[in-house]
Design a protein around this ligand. Structure first.
Ligand SMILES: [Ca+2]
Ligand SMILES: [Ca+2]
Length: 411
C-alpha cells in the first residue's frame, strides 16, 4: 500500500539513484557492471568511456557480455583499437583492461592488457559469458579501446589448438605415437594464445618428445612466448623444461611416467614466430637407461683420450725443457759440433750387400750324341742312268725308224 512514508522513502531512493546515475555518467560507466547481448547476426561495439578522446582518470568500469543463445554459442571479442598507458615492467599496474571467462569479474582471468596494440587480437570465452573490467589511475590518460563482439558457435576439438576452440587447454593425445603443432602452423601463431596438451602412452611406457621445428619468440626468462613441458599430466607436475627462441631445435625430452603435459602460451605483443611441430612416441624405460650408459661411456672415453693427449704433451714439453737445460749448460760456442747438434741424425737405411742371383744357365757338357737305332731309308736311285762323263760318250742313239740322222738333215 502506498503511504506518505513509503512515498518519501521512494523519493529518497529515486534521488539517490539519480545521484548515483550522475556519478556513473561522470565516469561514463557502472561500477556494478552492464550486461551486453552478443548476437550471432550482428557485430556490436564496446568502447572505453570518451573514446576516441582520452579516458578519464580513476575510472573503474565493468561489463559482462552474454550470448543471446542459451547454449552452443560463445563470445568472440576482437580488439580493434587499443591505446592504454603502459609501464615498463609490463605489469599493467596503472591503467588496464582485465578480461574474465565468465559472468563475474572475479572468475578465471583470461588476461590483463595494457599499453598499445597495433594489430587486432581475438579472444574467446569458453561459455556464453565474458566479463571485462577497465581501470585507470590518477594520471596519464590515453585514447582507450574499441572492441567488437558477437556470438559464434562453440567449437570443441580436443586434438588441435586454434582460435575459437573451447578445448584449447584441454587437448588430449593418446597412443604409441603422434604429432601436434602450434596454432596456425606453419604460419605465425596468433598473439595471446594458450594451448595445453596431455600425452598418454600405454601403461609401462615413457613419453619421448622430439621437436621437428621450433621457432618461438625469445625472451630472457622465456616468460613472454614459451613452451613448457611437465613431467606428468597436471599443471602442478614437475616442470621438465621451459623453451623459447629459435636458434636450435631442443633436445629430446623424456618423461618418467606414461604422461606428459605441454603448455604453449603467446603474449599480446606483435612478436609472433612460426611456432613448432613436435612428435611424441612411446619408449621403454631401459632405452633411456641405455642412452645414459652410452652417454657415460662416450664421456669416459673422451676423458681418457684428453688425458692421454695432455700427458703426451707434458712429456714432450719436459723432454724439450731438459734438452734446453742441457744446451744452456754447454760451453758458449757459436759453432755447433756434431755432438751439439740439437737434432738427431736423419734416419739412414741399413746397408745390405747386394747378392747376385744364381745363374740359371746350365754349363754342364752335353751328353754323348746318340744315333738313331734305325738305319736311314735307302737312297732313291734314279730310274734312268746318269748321262755319260765327257770322253765316255757312246754311240749316239739311233734315230727312230724312218727318221734321219741329224747330219742327213743338214744335207
Ligand atoms: Ca593512467
Ligand atoms: Ca609474442
Amino acid at each position: 500500500m502506498f503511504t506518505p512514508a513509503s512515498g518519501i522513502k521512494g523519493l529518497i531512493l529515486v534521488a539517490s539513484w539519480i545521484v548515483s546515475s550522475g556519478a556513473q555518467s561522470q565516469f561514463s560507466c557502472s561500477s556494478f557492471g552492464q550486461t551486453l547481448k552478443a548476437e550471432s547476426s550482428t557485430i556490436k561495439t564496446l568502447t572505453s568511456p570518451n573514446y576516441p578522446s582520452d579516458y578519464k582518470s580513476n575510472t573503474d568500469c565493468s561489463w559482462t557480455i552474454e550470448t543471446s543463445q542459451h547454449s552452443g554459442y560463445i563470445v568472440e571479442v576482437t580488439f580493434d583499437d587499443f591505446r592504454l598507458e603502459s609501464d615498463h615492467m609490463q605489469s599493467c599496474g596503472n591503467d588496464y583492461l582485465a578480461v574474465y571467462d565468465g559472468s563475474q569479474i572475479s572468475q578465471s582471468d583470461i588476461g590483463t592488457f595494457c599499453g598499445f596494440m597495433d594489430t587486432p587480437m581475438k579472444i574467446y570465452s569458453t561459455g556464453r559469458y565474458l566479463s571485462l573490467r577497465f581501470v585507470t589511475d590518477i594520471a596519464a590518460n590515453y585514447r582507450g579501446f574499441k572492441l567488437s563482439y558477437f556470438a559464434v558457435p562453440a567449437v570443441s576439438d580436443k586434438k588441435k589448438c586454434f582460435l575459437g576452440n573451447i578445448d584449447n587447454n584441454n587437448l588430449e593425445l593418446e597412443g604409441s605415437s603422434g604429432t601436434f603443432e602450434s596454432p596456425r602452423y606453419p604460419l605465425k601463431y596468433p598473439k595471446f594464445m594458450s594451448c595445453t596438451w596431455v600425452i598418454t602412452v600405454p601403461e609401462g611406457k615413457l613419453v619421448k618428445l622430439s621437436f621437428q621445428k621450433f621457432d618461438v619468440e625469445w625472451s630472457a626468462n622465456c616468460d613472454e612466448d614459451y613452451v613448457r613441458v611437465y613431467d606428468g599430466q597436471y599443471s602442478t607436475s614437475t616442470v621438465k623444461k621451459t623453451l623459447c627462441g629459435s636458434y636450435s631445435i631442443p633436445d629430446d625430452i623424456y618423461s618418467t611416467g606414461r604422461y606428459m603435459r605441454i603448455h604453449f602460451s603467446s603474449d599480446m605483443d606483435n612478436y609472433s614466430n612460426y611456432g613448432f611441430k613436435v612428435q611424441f612416441q612411446e619408449t621403454n624405460p631401459n632405452v633411456k637407461i641405455l642412452g645414459v650408459v652410452i652417454g657415460v661411456a662416450v664421456v669416459f672415453c673422451f676423458i681418457i683420450i684428453v688425458t692421454c693427449i695432455v700427458l703426451r704433451y707434458r712429456r714432450k714439453r719436459t723432454a724439450n725443457s731438459q734438452h734446453q737445460a742441457s744446451s744452456t749448460s754447454a760451453p758458449t760456442s757459436t759453432s755447433l759440433t756434431p755432438i751439439q747438434h740439437p737434432y738427431p741424425p736423419p734416419p739412414q737405411a741399413a746397408y745390405q750387400p747386394y747378392t747376385y742371383p744364381t745363374p740359371t744357365v746350365d754349363y754342364s757338357m752335353p751328353s754323348a750324341h746318340t744315333y738313331p737305332a734305325q738305319p736311314p731309308p735307302p737312297y732313291p736311285y734314279p730310274a734312268e742312268s746318269p748321262p755319260p762323263y765327257p770322253g765316255e760318250e757312246r754311240a749316239p742313239q739311233y734315230p727312230p725308224p724312218g727318221s734321219m740322222y741329224p747330219w742327213q738333215q743338214q744335207n
